[in-house]
Design a binder for this molecule. Sequence first.
Ligand code: ADP
Ligand code: MG
Length: 797
Amino acid sequence: MFDADALNVREPSTARPLMRKTNLFADPRLFAADVTTVRHGVGTSSGGRNCNTLLAGQVLHGVLRGSYNPLMAGRHLSFLAGIPVDMVAGIGPAALKKLASAGVHSVADLLLHVPRRYLDRSQLFDLGSVPLGEEVTVGGTVLSVVERHLSKRRKMTTAVIGDDTNVVSAVWFNPYIKPKVGEELLLSGIVLRYGHKLQMKNPDMDRLADDEFLVTGRIVPVHPSLAGLSPYKLRKAISNALVRSQPIGEVLPEDLLDRLDLMDRATAFQNIHFPNAVEHANAARRRLVFDELFRLELSLALRKHAQQTSATGVRHDPGGPTVDVFTGALPYKLTGAQERSITEIQTDMASPQPMHRLLQGEVGSGKTVVAVAALLTAVQSGYQGAVMVPTEVLSEQHFFGTVDLLEDAGLRPPLFAPTGETGTESLFEKAADDSVGGVRVALLTGNRALTNFVDGSAKRADVVAWIADGTVDVVVGTHALIQDSLSFANLGLAVVDEQHRFGVYQRVQLRDKAEGYDPDLLIMTATPIPRTLAMTLYGDLDVSVLDEMPPGRLPVTTRVVPKTDAALAEMYSAVRSEVAGGRQVFVVCPLVEDSVKLEAASATAEHERLSSVFSELSVGLLHGQMRPDDKEAVMAQFKQGQIDILVATTVIEVGIDIPNATVMIIEDADRFGLSQLHQLRGRVGRGEHASHCFLVTDPSTPEGKRRIAAMVETTDGFKLAEVDLSIRGQGTVFGTRQAGAKDLKLADILRDAETLISARREAFAIVADDPSLSGVPAMREELEMFLGEDDEWLVRS
Ligand code: ADP
Ligand code: MG
């Protein structure tokens, strides 16, 4: 328990009121006498002069020389996380509530609320000689204030401020504090001259009457606004918290800090909030970013360790005949990367520890075959395999694709014609000669159930029962697979084709369909992801990469087509000549956010229009609102070449594989995300013919322009993924996918890639040596505090 009084964290009720120019850091309760107060005045000055206080440096000096009050020694972040934030002087009950709703509950949370930028207030300029157009600080007395209400919510405040040399007129919209005539203000911002008058727009403003240490003569932090506290109040609360928390205890081994040239923690917290020089703030940030990434990587390392030492996996048999029959019958030779990946997967599957592997590969690199080989490894070992995919159309394609591949390899099961209503019994005896028998595959989505062993569509209840009793060997499906009501007889391998859409939780749910043991897990990403993202999002997984395309692929040329009659006509004639050459064409209609209905309507309209533009050709239509049977029929016709041009919505985004299609037209392409565009373009360039992608667009937003430019520039999915990450920011990319990763506050995995790599290396090394973290107990405690409830078990002994 935390005893506030004993530790002197709360301001005693007898505390003297904060007086003008009282210096918090001179509080005798906190520091030894060698920390002296340096005072300096502002107001009368002659040009730019340096009035940088030495104070913070002396505080640090105090830290380093151990001259703190011994009561304060060695407080760890985990300890500070147990101290409610209202123990900090300056945080009252009203602020407490607001802080709580902003996620700031403890002193540690407050200390981790780090500045967004800094104001250099070490130099104070006279208005008479202030440089124009650059960030400066000026100070003076408020001579007049005018407030105007622009609207209910918007208020414009104008104040004229003067020093001995000139006056400046400053304008704010909804300022945090209202300047009062006669008081002294400090303004930081850009001074411009209009005619003879100096002006500042929305300068950062502080009252000179406030604690000088916090407002002037130094580098002043600008914290992101929080819970409606004024910048000054926030700064002051953080300063109070910091003073009372220092020295913050170190959690990392000294040799690690030395090796990576990292600042110690007490210094880092001091310098991130109140640096003496901007370089110090940068070094402090690097340390705290390291901490954040280190905690994340440590949790991933622990998770991986726990997975590896869990002995409840399935020992699959990679030596069985089914996989060999399958790969032997493929119409092409596997690429080296495919063979290597299959071997890596099978090695994992053969071991008694459950597999947790990510299969990464460029669009069109041939992930499907690898996944089927893995599924058949489970089947030939007497287990079931399941594939969960994000969309219905993709699930159908996976189902039919798998069924076709099996059929080509002679692995088709005998057809069963159902008699009567006996859906719930097992319908098959495993034949004695089942050694290389047929493989029974089922499709299960919210809307439909199909199998490759019953003619026509099957009853849903039957398929569910056949999954439960082991009749079905391989199930392909959507979220329907993780419904509570569905159970498996003996799930041995779960494949998740993630496409950024399933959360960790759903992965786990599919894996949990096996009772009493952990099945193997293979995750596929439909688009490549940057290495840094893989290290955070999938950092607990082993990775196989298909870094080699099947031979003979020609690059897809990409062109931007502005929406003019001439440009469109040229594109249409390119379409005609491709079709004349026997090729086929996709036309993807504009994305309508959150409305499949509107999207379907626009596709229908476009279909009509293009049917008349290309009246001599066969134009088909595919959208999400069509009945499953109709969708399937259209896809089959397109596959057989009966349709020349397929007008579709993004239902064709992922996975659709029609090697004869060589033209992809994407309308209003700037509206799509980069990974979507890359996926869509990946639908062509799959056969031996040269392919073309037309991006029909006049991009209007800066992001749209960047995306289109990136698409034209490269077909490399990894490069596009990095551009995507830099445009969208990691927050949106992380989403709900992994506890921990989304909590990154300081780190930016692109900018801090190097720190991430070293944090990962160190974390994995520590866990390999010392999985219980007994050598770094403080770190272990801290980790426990940062981990979500789902992950706490990782650090429990
Ligand atoms: P993705 O990795 O995008 O899922 P697919 O598995 O859909 O790629 O494969 C893309 C295309 O490449 C398919 O038409 C598939 O039949 C073909 N393919 C896969 N592997 C090879 C190979 N080794 N040689 C030739 N073609 C291949
Ligand atoms: Mg695929």
